[in-house]
Design a protein around this ligand. Structure first.
Ligand code: SF4
Ligand code: SF4
Length: 174
């Protein structure tokens, strides 16, 4: 190694000693994430209309419709989605297609667990996530939604999600 290369290596090493560490102390210090990131889903259950579109469009078969034992004014079918986060690929299609826009991606991504059953979320558990993460941060969520809508407007029409043909949806069982 030439003297020039040695000096270059030393200066590089010294520079890194002076720099702030790049390592984040996760999970004590959460990692910064993009406002448009798609984390765990939440459901504003009170306004779900039970239309099943989320269930029909899910490419990962992560959604099942669950009969509700409580009647909500907008939900004539008395059913709402359950989501299996073991299967969910966080593609965002269900959130995009939902007519009343009640399925929201949150910014929560650290949902790993040793018990797979804990990743099956009923409509009421999804509502709890909504109340905890979205309803309490409407301002932050509003920015996220505005960005999402702007993205959708820029996207070519062919890229917009369409509900699958009825025959495909009929093959699914609740
Ligand atoms: S984000 Fe995608 S994979 Fe996950 S539940 Fe919604 S449609 Fe299914
Ligand atoms: S698409 Fe939206 S309104 Fe329809 S069942 Fe799913 S969550 Fe409810």
């Amino acid at each position: 190694m030439s003297v020039k290369e040695t000096l270059k290596a030393i200066s590089y090493s010294v520079g890194n000693v002076i720099k702030k560490p790049v390592t984040k102390m996760y999970p004590d210090v959460p990692m910064p994430i993009s406002k448009r990131s798609r984390g765990m889903l939440s459901l504003d259950l009170d306004d779900c209309i039970g239309c099943e579109l989320c269930y029909k469009i899910c490419p990962a078969d992560a959604i099942r419709m669950q009969k509700l034992d409580v009647h909500f004014a907008h939900n004539a079918r008395d059913e709402a989605p359950t989501i299996d986060f073991n299967k969910c690929i966080f593609c965002g299609l269900c959130s995009e297609i939902c007519p009343p826009q009640v399925l929201h991606h949150t910014h929560k991504y650290d949902i790993s667990t040793k018990n797979r059953a804990e990743l099956m979320f009923s409509p009421f558990q999804l509502k709890d996530v909504f109340l905890e993460l979205v309803a309490k941060n409407p301002e932050e969520y509003e920015k996220h939604e505005t960005a999402k809508i702007a993205d959708a407007k820029q996207a070519p029409l062919s890229a917009n999600p369409q509900p699958p043909a009825q025959t495909q949806g009929e093959n699914k069982t609740s």
